[in-house]
Design a protein around this ligand. Structure first.
Ligand code: SAH
Length: 457
């Protein structure tokens, strides 16, 4: 049967797509359905039909999935933040674990029967886990101030009064800022005509210290009545740093270059394990510190350091994994492409009295091959933590030539992980251990750590 626009069909949902949408088949034809989930039997209306797949709208849930739950959040279906909150948390974990396995088997062509695959580590309390949020500020049709994530695939703001995945203190901060903006009639940035002042609000909380940071991003250099805003914000428990960030560009990039602290410190402090971090408004820092610690501890145990090893940490960001490993290794070298992050990494080494970590700015696929060719650098352990697109082949080739005893791959995308490990497998390496970790409950993201060694080891 040819499937056309406006056809109504009954299908069963048996998978979840990248955006959290349900995926089902009708006579082999794949349909993507928003707000449907694994195990649902649904009636759908086809909105767009391509040759082999199409997009359909949910008309009716005929038999709800046994895994379907009522989301705790009342804007879950509209807000672009959480996209699988309607799926039971245990089932979310199963879905993520299976996704990692499937990628390794299908894309990496691995036989996992000899690999130590541990069950995914989820969160005991999968709520209020984010330590950072940045929200666009806008106005609704009635002219009231709104702050929230954009609705999926749009630039219209879904107002957020309460959010179950961010720090609880944020509701109080948003309310103060909203009231301040309304009371003093501060203008709000309009991205279409590039006029108005307030663009975004960013908040950050140090989970181990309770220190709170608020930064308002403005299209200008001055915030009228800023002292009145400070007066209210310092009533919030833990308030440590209040700042303005200046972004006068016509761009989707949230933060501009300049920052001015209008009250308190220039940064907040947080710890992951025993390592201390100074976090300024523009620093990169892991957003779920509880699960980050789980990932780093897994990476550390896979690295199996005894104290005399040389470690290379590629894609090191602000040096978080490097500093974690430096406590147990002889020497750690970190490589990262963003210069500001390396400045943070060096400062973080200093404030922790870590003297055996050295950092280089540059692309991992340029620095490591060059250092290997020119200086014959050596590694007992190599760790990579690349962005979603994974590693370049030229980097993997260098790693193969360097013959590290252990190669630890921290990944935020199991598909590119599987591709890269498949490439290593063709060159004599095999996977020994895999551990998936849920860093972002209620979203489709999954992180994992893998240990790879030469076949003979
Ligand atoms: N390991 C760090 C950060 C991982 S995020 C942590 O745990 O906090 C991935 C990092 O890779 C980002 O900081 C990004 O700036 C960096 N990056 C992206 N492409 C890169 C490349 N080609 N070479 C080196 N670093 C790169």
């Amino acid at each position: 049967m040819d499937i056309k626009k406006n056809d109504e069909l009954i299908i069963e949902i048996n998978d979840i797509g990248q955006q959290g949408e349900g995926i089902g088949k009708h006579d082999g034809y794949t349909l993507f359905v928003n707000n449907a989930t694994v195990g649902d039997k649904v009636r759908v209306k086809v909105m767009k039909a391509k040759k082999n797949y199409g997009y359909a709208r949910l008309v009716e849930v005929i038999e709800p999935s046994p895994f379907r739950v009522e989301p705790i959040c009342k804007i879950a279906n509209k807000c672009g933040g959480c996209n699988i909150m309607h799926l039971d948390y245990k089932q979310q974990l199963k879905y993520k674990h299976d996704k990692v396995i499937n990628c390794l088997e299908r894309i990496g062509k691995f036989d996992l029967s000899k690999v130590e695959v541990s069950p995914i580590i989820g969160m005991e309390k999968p709520y209020y886990y984010r330590n950072k949020v940045q929200l666009p500020v806008g106005k609704n049709k009635e002219g009231h101030i709104v702050m929230g994530f954009y609705a999926r695939r749009t630039h219209s703001i879904i107002n957020m009064e309460e959010c179950y995945i961010q720090s609880e203190v944020n509701s109080q901060i948003f309310e103060i800022v909203r009231r301040f903006l309304e009371k003093y009639k501060v203008s709000i940035y309009d991205e279409i005509n590039h006029k108005g002042l307030v663009r975004h609000i960013m908040t950050r909380v140090g989970f181990t210290t309770g220190q709170v940071m608020v930064c308002l991003v403005i299209n200008g250099k001055k915030l009228p009545h800023e002292d009145k805003l400070v007066e209210e914000l310092i009533k919030v428990d833990g308030m440590t740093s209040i700042s303005l960030n200046f972004n006068l560009e016509n761009t989707n990039v949230i933060m501009g270059e300049g920052v001015r602290t209008i009250w308190g410190e220039d940064f907040i402090i947080d710890y992951i394990g025993d390592v201390k971090y100074q976090i300024s408004p523009k620093s990169f820092y892991q957003v779920n510190p509880i699960q980050t610690k789980v990932i780093y501890e897994t990476a550390l145990s896979y690295a199996d350091l005894k104290g005399d090893e040389t470690v290379w940490d590629l894609y090191c960001g602000i040096g978080t994994i490097s500093l974690f490993m430096a406590q147990k290794a002889k020497k750690v070298y970190g490589v990262e492409i963003v210069e500001d992050a390396i400045l943070d990494a060096r400062r973080n080494a200093r404030i922790n009295d870590i003297n055996n970590a050295e950092f280089y700015v540059g692309a991992a696929e340029e620095i490591l091959p060059r250092k290997y060719k020119e200086d014959s650098v050596y590694a007992d352990v190599i760790v990579v933590d690349p962005p979603r697109k994974g590693c370049e082949e030229s980097l993997l080739d260098t790693i193969v030539s360097m013959e590290p005893k252990r190669f630890v791959y921290v990944s935020c995308d199991p598909a590119t992980l599987a591709r890269d490990l498949g490439y290593m497998a063709e060159r004599g390496y095999e996977i020994k251990k895999v551990q998936a970790v849920d860093q972002f409950p209620h979203t489709t993201h999954v992180e994992c750590v893998a240990l790879i060694q030469r076949e003979s080891i």
